[in-house]
Design a protein around this ligand. Structure first.
Ligand SMILES: Nc1ncnc2c1ncn2[C@@H]1O[C@H](COP(=O)(O)OP(=O)(O)OP(=O)(O)O)[C@@H](O)[C@H]1O
Length: 256
């Protein structure tokens, strides 16, 4: 039987009296697009932050690619193939699209900053960086500073930066947030093209995108997995429908 790529066991994180992650169990299989949905405050972002190594869990364990990574630094996780699609603010705004990606290639390669030879003059970094940009249709913008790209292009560049680290698992925290319909459709297409090549844990409020892309969906409520299954199973699950209907959120229920 195939082993999960990511296994979360009994994970717990509290902020004072608020238990954001409450003994959570979750598996992501290799190549799987696994969506995590749930109402506001369910603990989705807190989970991603623990997976990425930004915050330490109080209890529980995270295994990735057969090793316990619970206490590893963010950098060590990146080198093992776990990448988070960072928020726009973590792009270097004055650096070009190509330079941003080249720096990510360098981070994966693990070499220290080579000040005498900047990343953007090093062909061993620039060639793979160009390839990633071309893959995402951003090659025309390679020499533009990140700050001059449109919002949608910046979101794509974030994905490019994450892909440049050659991840086995991509953590995507609301990749469609703030995108118009055209850019959203393009992002769904892009993520669809990556399917099978890289596993994805997708947090997204856009239910059309979730149900189009996901192989499996886990519904998080109060830091716990309420249900986990195929999109069809989740759509039909009465408990899930009730959780979304609870506050009269008809639109949400319809979307599910
Ligand atoms: N740094 C923090 N300090 C205190 N409480 C926090 C902190 N981060 C998150 N929380 C609380 O933990 C709970 C889970 O928050 P989290 O942001 O993980 O939920 P979410 O599912 O990502 O929500 P959303 O969909 O609104 O982004 C919420 O009650 C939130 O107020």
């Amino acid at each position: 039987m195939t082993e999960p790529l990511l296994r979360v066991t009994g994970l717990r994180k509290a902020f004072g009296a608020v238990v954001a992650t409450d003994g959570l169990h979750l598996d992501v299989m290799p190549g799987e697009v696994h969506a995590l949905i749930g109402p506001n405050g369910a603990g989705k972002t807190t989970l991603v932050a623990q997976l990425a190594g930004e915050i330490a869990p109080d209890d529980g364990r995270i295994d990735f690619a057969g090793a316990d990574i619970t206490r590893l630094s963010m950098h060590a996780r990146t080198r093992r193939g776990l990448a988070r699609s960072f928020q726009i603010t973590s792009l270097f705004p004055r650096f070009t699209a190509l330079e941003n990606v080249a720096l990510a290639v360098q981070a994966r390669a693990g070499h220290a900053f080579r000040f005498w030879r900047p990343a953007w003059r090093d062909p061993t970094l620039l060639e793979p960086a160009h390839a990633v940009l071309a893959r995402l249709g951003l090659d025309l913008h390679a020499d533009r500073p990140a700050s001059t790209l449109s919002h949608g292009e910046q979101r794509q560049l974030e994905i490019a930066v994450a892909l440049a680290t050659q991840p086995r698992l991509l953590l995507l925290d609301e990749p469609m947030a703030g995108l118009g319909p055209e850019d959203s459709a393009w992002m769904v297409e892009l993520l669809g093209e990556l399917r099978g090549e890289v596993a994805m844990l997708l947090i997204e409020h856009d239910m059309d995108a979730v149900f189009t892309l996901a192989d499996r969906i886990t519904v998080l409520v109060y830091g716990r997995a309420l249900a986990s299954g195929t999109p069809d199973a989740i759509r039909a699950d009465p408990e899930v429908r009730r959780a979304y209907l609870g506050d009269g959120a008809e639109a949400g229920a319809e979307a599910v």
